[in-house]
Design a protein around this ligand. Structure first.
Ligand code: PLP
Length: 392
């Protein structure tokens, strides 16, 4: 057998199990509708919560930045310097979040890989929600710290594992803010009390809460009114903000430390000038008006109640993320293909993104959809759900 024969076998096996990721090619800007294979389809997949990915203000800002600042950063920031644009964005983000300082990274994934190993090392312990995002898991592993998983969104379970763990060094609790596959919100207020009682640092990865939760989309800390009590807020600029990039918001001391010890900051180049300018425009839009955030939640309510009325199981969601639980991966894939025939782009999600036997279609509601769009989407779910015997 060739040296890579095993990979061919693995790929074939994934395909047979209905677990091979089938990536659609998009021929238009990311928006409420997209073109795929020459057809306009309703887009229920993107984390483009506020419809900013193709917003005229962001497009204009990106073009203006190219004319003024060019594109690439030339090298990592500690070596070739950083643009005033990057510094302006970090200042704006800190102001928006109501913290002392913020730092940006190339992605939310990179933000976790930078932050966790900078704050915890071999002698330390990380308490991590069992359903945390892959980038938290990888950042935790990279840190070399002892990783203690606690039951999902369970502050009492967390308190118990902390009591049972011999902590000799430092300790940090890490949780997703909104869990992206189920749409549930971490009980950050209670987790915060546990962290304070135990003297642990607290870090939240608010990738799906940024631009969604809190006043005007200021995130989960604002949602629970926990300003000044959560040490580290990680976020992404690729979801509600509609661009790409990661950020960390917190105290000046922690942000200064990440500039010195965050490895993706020190060894990987920064976001491009048009990315940064587009992010600045996004923060401006959010700071000016809550219109997009309000429409996002209105749409989510319409869609969720419509799906419940039709008899679909939409799990435990508390946010615009709507998991449509189908359990078996091949059924979820078939459901997704049938929806596509009906002009709706909604991807099936299976193992390893969600546990085996918990395959689903995940619908992302956004402010880019009209009430007509939602009605069409619900009609497509009704038709396919009946055809495949998922609903009566
Ligand atoms: C999406 C996501 C990330 C990664 O963000 P990118 O900017 O796409 O790299 C990190 N953490 C969580 C919880 C996420 O949902």
């Amino acid at each position: 057998m060739s040296k890579i024969g095993w990979i061919e076998q693995e790929l074939t096996s994934l395909k047979e199990q209905g677990l091979l990721a089938d990536i659609r090619a998009i021929e238009s800007p990311m928006d409420g509708w997209v073109s795929i294979e020459g057809r306009r389809v309703l887009n229920f997949c993107a984390n483009n919560y506020l419809g900013l990915a193709n917003h005229p203000k962001l497009r204009e800002a990106a073009k203006g930045a190219i004319d003024q600042m060019g594109i690439g950063p030339g090298a990592v920031r500690t070596i070739a310097g950083t643009t005033t644009l990057h510094l302006a964005l970090e200042k704006r983000l800190a102001g928006f979040k109501g913290v002392e300082a913020a730092i940006t990274f190339q992605s939310g994934f990179a933000a976790n890989l930078a932050t966790i190993p900078a704050l915890a090392g071999k002698a330390d312990v990380l308490f991590s929600d069992e359903l945390n995002h892959a980038s938290i898991i990888d950042g935790a592993r990279l840190s070399g710290a002892q990783i203690v998983r606690y039951p999902h969104c369970d502050p009492d379970g967390l308190r118990k594992v902390i009591e049972e763990t011999a902590i000799t060094g430092r300790a940090m609790i890490v949780t997703d803010g909104v869990f992206s596959m189920d749409g549930d919100i971490a009980p950050l207020d209670e987790i915060c009390r546990v962290a304070e009682a135990a003297g642990c640092l607290l870090m939240v990865d608010d990738a799906h809460g940024e631009g969604v939760l809190g006043r005007g989309g200021r995130g989960i800390v604002d949602h629970f009114g926990l300003h000044g009590r959560v040490d580290v807020e990680v976020g992404t600029l690729s979801k509600a903000f509609g661009v790409v990039g990661g950020m960390v918001a917190g105290s000046r001391v922690i942000i200064d430390w990440l500039r010195q010890r965050g490895r993706p900051f020190l060894f990987s180049s920064a976001m491009t000038a048009p990315d940064v300018a587009a992010c600045l425009a996004a923060v401006d839009l959010l700071a000016q008006s809550t219109e997009q955030v309000d429409r996002l939640w209105q749409n989510a309510e319409i869609f969720k109640s419509g799906m419940k009325k039709l008899g679909f199981d939409t799990g435990v969601t508390q946010t615009p993320i709507v998991p449509v639980m189908l359990r078996e991966a091949p059924l979820a894939q078939q459901f997704s293909r049938c929806l596509f025939e009906e002009g709706v782009f909604a991807m099936a999600i299976g193992y390893p993104t969600v546990p085996k036997g918990k395959a689903r279609i995940r619908v992302m509601n956004t402010a880019a959809h009209t009430s007509d769009d939602l009605a069409r989407g619900l009609a497509a779910f009704e038709k396919v759900g009946r055809e495949l015997g998922v609903i009566a």
